[in-house]
Design a protein around this ligand. Structure first.
Ligand SMILES: [Mg+2]
Length: 270
């Protein structure tokens, strides 16, 4: 999707904006149809590592909308590109099995044995995390020379049907602390992730809006790159999020309110 110079573009977070776990949020489909009719250049920018890109596209179909691989930016795809560009082929992948497909030809070592690796990649393993697994990642990182530590996003937590859940960031922080290293973040809130999204849309930061439910990972991170952040009051949003120093460019009750807000604030039609 290409944006001409005068055109505004949209980066859209998925979970907490369009859907909540497996359920579409009210009015989301109508807004997506409106985006399509209006031909607003857009990308789905997600930190999801619990599904491959192909599985995400299948999920979209099930929920009633469609997209293609080029409309999707995920940390796994960014990480695979980064590893390949640096010829790092031997990797310890701490990611859900389904996401491993997005790493293509990169060799993933068995996590049960000692092995020399070029990089340790950490995604959201959810309930699969335990002491043994976290310690395994730590031991890979203590090799000499130290492998690169790659974080698939740096989201602190998210919300499913049962409530808030730890995401990738707390596990990365533990590993950084224990192994005295700093992770390379490929995903939100890393500036590089937003910059590659803008490059993909061929638009400047000032032309773009990021709509998301995470005041830190979506709004603050985008606004630090010069992209205007639109906070929705769905997903993980809590009213207390607005008490801090981060001021979203706009605040909407939900994604369903985007068209009417856009008419007033962007198109400036009465
Ligand atoms: Mg979200």
């Amino acid at each position: 999707m290409q944006a001409d110079k005068a055109r505004n573009a949209l980066l859209i977070d998925l979970d907490g904006v369009i859907y909540q776990s497996e359920h579409l949020l009210d009015g989301a489909l109508e807004t997506l149809e409106w985006i399509g009719r209006k031909k607003i250049p857009h990308l789905y920018v997600t930190n999801t590592t619990s599904r491959s890109c192909a599985a995400l596209l299948d999920k979209f179909q099930t929920l009633g909308f469609s997209a293609t691989l080029k409309d999707l930016v995920t940390p796994a795809v960014a990480a695979a590109q980064w590893l390949q560009s640096r010829q790092l082929h031997k990797v310890a992948l701490f990611v859900p099995e389904v996401t491993q497909a997005d790493f293509g030809d990169i060799e993933s070592v068995s996590l049960d044995r000692e092995a020399t690796v070029d990089a340790v990649v950490i995604g959201d393993l959810g309930e699969a995390w335990d002491y043994r697994l976290l310690n395994r990642a730590f031991r890979f990182l203590m090799q000499d020379p130290q492998p690169a530590l790659i974080a698939l996003g740096m989201t602190r937590y998210w919300r499913d049907q049962n409530g808030l859940r730890l995401d990738v960031a707390p596990f990365i922080k533990a590993l950084e602390h224990a192994a005295s290293c700093e992770a390379l973040v490929l995903g939100k809130p890393a500036a590089a992730f937003f910059e590659s999204s803008l490059a993909k849309l061929q638009c400047d930061a000032e032309q773009a809006f990021m709509i998301g439910d995470d005041i830190v990972g979506d709004i603050d991170a985008a606004q630090n790159c010069g992209i205007r952040g639109i906070q929705v009051r769905t997903g993980k949003f809590r009213e207390a999020d607005l008490d801090g120093p981060i001021k979203p460019y706009a605040l909407l009750d939900s994604f369903a309110d985007l068209p009417s807000w856009w008419r007033q604030a962007v198109d400036r039609t009465p």
